[in-house]
Design a protein around this ligand. Structure first.
Ligand code: C5P
Length: 236
């Protein structure tokens, strides 16, 4: 009983967005690979490349390579296969790339069988709200786009989706429970939202049963990242 409760709890993915390796290593060398997964995104991947991914994995951490692929199906399929060759744990791509792109990505990693990385589709970025979508002439609500893109992601065999925390309960109600739910934009009420527009608190993330929360700047931009990180882990 206790074990399965632990298994289903909300887990942390630390967004390791730094401009230098030493800041990243300071954190990695002082935490346990069981404590959290590590997200390597555009900033560190562009600066330090696959060698840095390898370094983090060699320290024992599972890596979420968050490059959010969005291109023609053939290009995305090859990018996903190249990412999987690095041995990463999770890979992201944009659901808005459409069914053919998502299926091509899925097919590209079929050869890895049970060692396939987890493929997750980004629905609508947490930095968007209804107004920023309507500025692009997308005149439906975030809610309807997220739901539609989640359905497409599920139908194309994605393992999970990235979505604003505010949409999680609606997705569970309408699409079911078998997609892994990954949510960035986690903020305490008194912390700056930065560029995030759809935010929820850690407490809400747990209540909603989100599988993985992604947290970056509240930890990485703090003067004492380890203290903040440990506080968050304690609350999960
Ligand atoms: O710093 P912060 O906690 O806002 O970190 C959010 C991280 O999650 C960033 O690395 C960002 O790239 C990523 N992310 C996001 N929104 C998504 C998907 C990923 O903010 N929909």
């Amino acid at each position: 009983m206790l074990k399965s409760k632990k298994k289903n709890r909300t887990k942390l993915i630390l967004a390791l967005d730094y401009k230098n390796i030493s800041s990243a290593l300071y954190i990695l060398n002082n935490i346990n690979p069981q404590d959290c997964k590590i997200k390597i995104g555009l900033e560190m991947f562009i600066r330090f490349g696959p060698k840095f991914v390898q370094k983090v994995q060699n320290l024992g951490f599972d890596v979420f390579l968050d490059l959010k692929f969005f291109d023609i199906p053939n290009t995305v399929a090859k990018a996903v296969k190249s990412s999987a060759d690095l041995g990463v744990w999770m890979i992201s791509l944009h659901a808005i790339g459409g069914e053919i792109m998502l299926q091509a990505a899925k097919n590209a990693i079929e050869i890895f069988k049970k060692d396939s990385p987890i493929l997750i589709a980004v629905t609508i970025l947490t930095s968007f709200n209804d107004k920023s979508l309507s500025n692009l002439n997308f005149n439906n609500s975030i809610r309807s786009y997220v739901l539609n893109l989640s359905r497409i992601a599920k139908d194309c065999g994605m393992d999970g989706i990235v979505c604003p925390g505010t949409e999680v309960l609606n997705i569970k109600k309408n699409i079911g429970l078998d997609l892994k739910l990954i949510t960035p934009g986690i903020r305490t009420p008194n912390y700056t939202k930065d560029d995030q527009k759809q935010t929820i608190t850690l407490k809400q993330a747990k209540e909603y049963g989100i599988n993985y929360i992604v947290i970056g700047r509240p930890i990485t931009a703090s003067t004492n990242p380890l203290t903040i990180l440990r506080k968050i882990l304690k609350k999960l």
